[in-house]
Unconditional design. Structure first.
Length: 131
């Protein structure tokens, strides 16, 4: 079978192998993305959890901080179990950092996913890895 992208003849089985490898790689990328999204992030030297429950809690606390203003304080449990007291400004900064962290991981995921869909060989596919 002629592959106009690779500009080469490809055996029918090779195309099936490549398609199966692409499907498996996309599954692997999805799992890596979920792992990264849940692996935590750092703000001001402190490590915060970023699993779904933490993301919801940070979003809710940031909204509460915006409502309460300077009166807001929150004793936040960090990933290592220590407690850090956050002001309203701190809580908003944590939420902003979380948002940037999430967007960055999603951008990496989309880029790798597109690159995976565009490969023409298993060798190219194996070179696509999460940074």
């Amino acid at each position: 079978k002629w592959d106009s992208v690779a500009t080469a003849w490809i055996a029918p089985n090779a195309a099936k192998v490549l398609n199966a490898a692409i499907k498996q790689h996309l599954i692997k990328l999805d799992m890596e993305c979920q792992y990264k999204l849940n692996s935590g992030f750092t703000w001001d030297g402190s490590r915060f959890a970023s699993n779904l429950e933490a993301r919801i809690a940070i979003s809710c606390a940031a909204a509460q901080a915006a409502d309460e203003g300077v009166a807001f304080t929150e004793d936040w449990e960090l990933e290592d179990g220590t407690i850090r007291t956050l002001s309203a400004a701190d809580m908003k900064a944590v939420a902003t950092r979380l948002s940037k962290f999430m967007r960055n991981q999603q951008t990496i995921y989309r880029t790798l996913k597109q690159a995976t869909k565009n490969v023409t060989s298993v060798v190219e596919l194996e070179a696509i890895v999460w940074p």
